[in-house]
Design a protein around this ligand. Structure first.
Ligand code: ARG
Length: 554
C-alpha cells in the first residue's frame, strides 16, 4: 500500500492539491511521532495561518472520516502526525513481506571488473568487481535482463614486449601470473641495455595486429593464464559475466566509427593525429594517433555502438574508477555529437580508491597486493576466530571461506562508492561491528532459533502479539526492503542495501535481547518465530544482493 498517497487522499477535501500534500508527507524517524508526518509550515503561505492552526484544522478534517488502517492523528507543534493501525499493518507485511518484480523487458549492460591481460588482479580491482557484481544482482532483482561484460584489457603494445620476453626467457616454463609479471619486468630491465628488444617488440605487436598465427597463439596463452587466475577469484566472489569481449574484439569495428565521424565532419586533424573537439570545458577526444593507431576511447566508442546494436540496452553502465571520469565524459559526448540519442543512457558509475591498512606496498615498486591474497588472509583470520570461539563447528573451512570472503566484500560495499577507503582486516572481521560477519552471524542466529523453536510457517499468527515498539520497528523495516533495493538501483549504490541490512540486524538483535523468542507462551512464541523467519529471509535475500553468502551455522 502507498501510504503517502492514501494519506494525501484523506486530506484532499481541504483545498490543497493531493500531489502537493503527498510531496510534503515524510516517514517519521521516531515511533513516538507516529509513522508519517506532515510538516504544516509548508502550507502556511497557502492558508495564511500559523502551522499549529493548520495542523489542528487538518486533524479535524482527517478525523471526520478516519479509515480503519489509521489508528489516530495528532497535531503537535505544527506537525500532523499519523499513527497507522499496527495490527492491520503487521498483518499486511507478514502476509506479503516484499513484492517480486516480474521481468520488465528492459536490458541493462554492466561493464565491470574489466581486467587487463597479463596484469595482476589486485586490490585496485576489488571495487569495480564487487560493485558491478552487486549491481548485476540488484537489477536482476528489479526485473531487468542483465548483461555482465568484462571489457578485457587485451590490446596494446605491451603484448609485443611480452611475447618477445616470453620467447627469450619464458618459453618452456610453466606460465603463471607471477611468471608473466616477471617477464614483463625483465623485458624493461633488458631493454634499457639493449634497444633492439624494443624493435622486436614492435614487430611482435604488429604481428598480433596482422593476426599472425604464432603471435596470436602465444598471446592466447597469456589470456588463458590470466582468465584461469581471475576466474578463481570470480568463483569465490560468486560473480559471473555474460561476455568477455575485450578491447581487441573491436579491432575490426573501429573503421566504421572513424567513417561515421568523418561523414559528420567531426574528425579534426591536430598535429597529425585526429581528434573530436567538444567545446570549451572538455579537452578534445583523441581518436587516431598520428601513426593511425586507435586509442582506448576509439575502442570504447565501437564497444558502445556494438552494445546498443547487440543488446538494445535501456541502460549501459560502466563501473570504473573516478580516474576515468574525463574518459567517459569524452566518450559519451562524442556519442552525443554523433547523433546517438542513447548517449543519455550511458552512465559512468565511478568509485574511489582502496588501500590496505598498515600496508606500504606500492605498485611503483613493482609490488602489488593481489586480491587473491587479501581473500586468503581474511579467510585464514576467520578460521582462527572460529577455532577459538566454536572449534567444533561442522564444515568450518567452508564457513570460514564464506565469512572471510564476505567480510572483504562487505568492507568494500559498506561505504558510499565514491569515497576512498582504507581496508582493515580487524574492522572487517569484527563480529560485533557493522560488518559482513555481523550480518551473517545474525542470520545464523535466526536459523538456530527457528530450528530450536520448531518453526512451522503454516501456523496461524496472532498479530496482536507483535505490536510492541521493537517488533513493530522490525516489521516496518522489513516493509521498506523493496523500496530500499529500488533506491539502491536508481543510485547505483549497493551500500544503501548494506546500511539497510545492518539496521535490520541491529533491530533484530535488540529484539532478541529484549524479548525471549522461545517461551512457555505458545501464541507469543509462534508470533516471535514468525518475525525471526521474516528477518532471516530478508537478511538472506538482501545479503545475496551484496554478494554475501548466508551460512546457517557459524
Ligand atoms: N581495463 C581498464 C582498466 O583497467 C578498465 C576498462 C573499463 N571499461 C571500459 N569499457 N573502458 O583501467
Amino acid at each position: 500500500m502507498d501510504y503517502k498517497a492514501a494519506l494525501a487522499e484523506l486530506l484532499s477535501n481541504t483545498g490543497v492539491e493531493k500531489e502537493e500534500i503527498e510531496g510534503y508527507i515524510t516517514k517519521t524517524l521516531e515511533l513516538s511521532n507516529g509513522d508519517y508526518t506532515l510538516p504544516c509550515f509548508k502550507l502556511s503561505k497557502k492558508f495564511r495561518k500559523a502551522p499549529a492552526m493548520i495542523a489542528e484544522d487538518l486533524k479535524s478534517a482527517a478525523e471526520a472520516n478516519l479509515p480503519a488502517w489509521i489508528e489516530r492523528v495528532d497535531a503537535v507543534n505544527g506537525y500532523l502526525n499519523f499513527y497507522l493501525n499496527r495490527g492491520e499493518f503487521i498483518k499486511n507485511v507478514v502476509t506479503s513481506p516484499y513484492p517480486t518484480h516480474g521481468k520488465n523487458g528492459k536490458n541493462i549492460c554492466i561493464d565491470y571488473s574489466s581486467v587487463n591481460i597479463a596484469k595482476p588482479f589486485h586490490i585496485g580491482h576489488l571495487l569495480t568487481t564487487v560493485i558491478g557484481g552487486s549491481l548485476y544482482r540488484i537489477f536482476d532483482y528489479l526485473g531487468y535482463n542483465v548483461v555482465g561484460i568484462n571489457h578485457l584489457g587485451d590490446y596494446g603494445t605491451q603484448f609485443g614486449k611480452l611475447i618477445t620476453a616470453y620467447l627469450k626467457w619464458g618459453n618452456g616454463e610453466e606460465q603463471t601470473m607471477d611468471s608473466l609479471l616477471k617477464l614483463y619486468v625483465k623485458f624493461h630491465d633488458e631493454a634499457e641495455k639493449d634497444e633492439s628488444l624494443n624493435d622486436e617488440a614492435r614487430m611482435w605487436f604488429k604481428k598480433i595486429e596482422d593476426e599472425d598465427e604464432t603471435a596470436v597463439a602465444i598471446f592466447n596463452t597469456f589470456k588463458e593464464t590470466t582468465l584461469r587466475e581471475v576466474d578463481k577469484v570470480y568463483k569465490r566472489l560468486d560473480i559471473t559475466f555474460d561476455s568477455y569481449n575485450g578491447e581487441s574484439f573491436y579491432n575490426d569495428k573501429m573503421d566504421e566509427i572513424v567513417d561515421m565521424l568523418k561523414q559528420k565532419n567531426l574528425l579534426v586533424e591536430s598535429e597529425g593525429a585526429y581528434v573530436v573537439e567538444m567545446g570549451e570545458d572538455i579537452p578534445p577526444c583523441l581518436i587516431l594517433k598520428s601513426d593511425g593507431a586507435s586509442l582506448y576511447a576509439t575502442r570504447d566508442l565501437a564497444a558502445a555502438l556494438y552494445r546498443k546494436r547487440t543488446y538494445d540496452f535501456d541502460k549501459n553502465l560502466y563501473v570504473v574508477a573516478y580516474q576515468q571520469n574525463l574518459h567517459f565524459k569524452q566518450v559519451f559526448k562524442v556519442l552525443e555529437l554523433m547523433g546517438f540519442d542513447w548517449h543519455k543512457d550511458c552512465v559512468h558509475v565511478p568509485f574511489g580508491m582502496v588501500s590496505l591498512e598498515n600496508c606500504t606496498l606500492s605498485t611503483r615498486h613493482g609490488k602489488v597486493v593481489f586480491l587473491r591474497d587479501v581473500l586468503d588472509t581474511a579467510v585464514k583470520k576467520t578460521l582462527d576466530i572460529i577455532n577459538t570461539k566454536n572449534p567444533n563447528l561442522e564444515g568450518k573451512e567452508k564457513v570460514a571461506e564464506d565469512v572471510g570472503v564476505g567480510a572483504v566484500i562487505f568492507g568494500a560495499l559498506s561505504t558510499g562508492r565514491i569515497k576512498d577507503m582504507v581496508f582493515s582486516y580487524d574492522k572487517a572481521l569484527n563480529f560485533d561491528g557493522e560488518t559482513g560477519p555481523y550480518l551473517q552471524y545474525t542470520h545464523a542466529r535466526c536459523c538456530s532459533l527457528l530450528e530450536k523453536g520448531n518453526y512451522d510457517s503454516d501456523k496461524a499468527v496472532d498479530f496482536s502479539q507483535l505490536t510492541s515498539d521493537v517488533c513493530y520497528s522490525i516489521i516496518k523495516h522489513i516493509d521498506a526492503f523493496d523500496a530500499t533495493v529500488v533506491d539502491a538501483g536508481e543510485k547505483y549504490e549497493p551500500s544503501i542495501i548494506s546500511r539497510y541490512l545492518i539496521d535490520l540486524a541491529q533491530l533484530f538483535n535488540k529484539f532478541y535481547f529484549d524479548c525471549r523468542v522461545i517461551t512457555d507462551d505458545e501464541a507469543a512464541t509462534t508470533a516471535r518465530l514468525k518475525i525471526t523467519a521474516m528477518v532471516r529471509d530478508v537478511l538472506k535475500k538482501g545479503m545475496s544482493l551484496i554478494l554475501l553468502k548466508a551460512p546457517e551455522k557459524m
